[in-house]
Design a protein around this ligand. Sequence first.
Ligand code: GLY
Length: 422
Amino acid sequence: MRVLVIGSGAREHALLLALSRDPQVTGLVIAPGNAGTGRLAEQRDVDITSGEAVVALARDVAADLVVIGPEVPLVLGVADAVRSAGIVCFGPSKDAARIEGSKAFAKEVMAAAGVRTASSEIIDNPGHLDAALERFGPPGGDPAWVVKDDSLAAGKGVVVTPDRDVARAHAASLLESGHPVLLESFLDGPEVSLFCVVDGATVVPLLPAQDFKRVGDGDTGPNTGGMGAYAPLPWLPDHVYRDVVTRIVEPVAAEMVRRGSPFSGLLYAGLAITANGPAVVEFNCRFGDPETQAVLALLDSPLGQLLYAAGSGTLADFGEVRWRDGAAVTVVLAAENYPGRPRVGDVIIGSEAEGVLHAGTTVRDDGATVSSGGRVLSVVGTGADLAAARSHAYRILESIRLPGSHFRSDIGLLAQESKIEL
Ligand code: GLY
């Protein structure tokens, strides 16, 4: 089977690596890719937002399966174009991708499916902002305001703060730039990312993971697209994991079928495990970054066959997904000033090492690998347990040089020290 992967981040690099281990995958193509992905796949250029261009490329490379990594093409309907051309695609239709693209749609689906989630309100009129801030957040209620950009913002549009001025300033600046604002109630409790391969009503859950969204150690500083992750979660009881699948993901998948927008692809449940049980923070319509890098490092089943089964409507026959023993940790190496405007164009030393996945990298005319984005590399360590996987990841990081770069030193640390309590 020949597989075309669309995207250019560390998530797509991780997908390629796992696909390359599948004996039935005979050819890999990535578009547009980055400086690291060319070692695993033929690299092509494409406008990832154009269904027509992706279909033309898929035909040109004789792809049997197209895997669409990022949310933007999915929300724009690129998967529909691929399917209409008769090519198997892993990724939801434009209609189903609204679970990520439209917060209002996601809330409607969750309400109909009886799934717990934060209460929320969308503000698009600056005149309504102050009254809405009174209804969400301190004093006397939630410990913090949760202010989100109600358009696709790669995780960076989220501010969680106990400071009203900070909450107001963020909301006002989003409104000024024409973005509606989503105010949400605060869900207290450790967060879980659960990725499920879904084909209509069939749900195949992957290992649970945890993402670290703040830029600094101890969950300090602004939100980012994700600074690291680990899997599995030693502190998450099996019965809670099963509850998430049977009481949250399966009812949502069934509700999407009932509405005539069946989901086919990766349904990502972002959850908080609150004192009253799991509740949904958000749904995404694709693999999450950086959790994918950790989850797929432990996958033993053939990824190409799994994604092909979902894309071709035969997931129910795939059976159980198998996993390697142990743990995986991914740590993101970010450019100076990220999540603000990152410094780019610096030469990276050591990025070819095993366990290093590329995100914001490119090859300069002289052949040097240079930084080209905020999150530059994802370093993945594996080991018999979380402690071993952490030391592996941080050992690899020590061998990498990128001027001005930074990373979190505490990815998975609380879990390793058994300090996460439900
Ligand atoms: N892990 C955050 C995201 O992929 O949106």
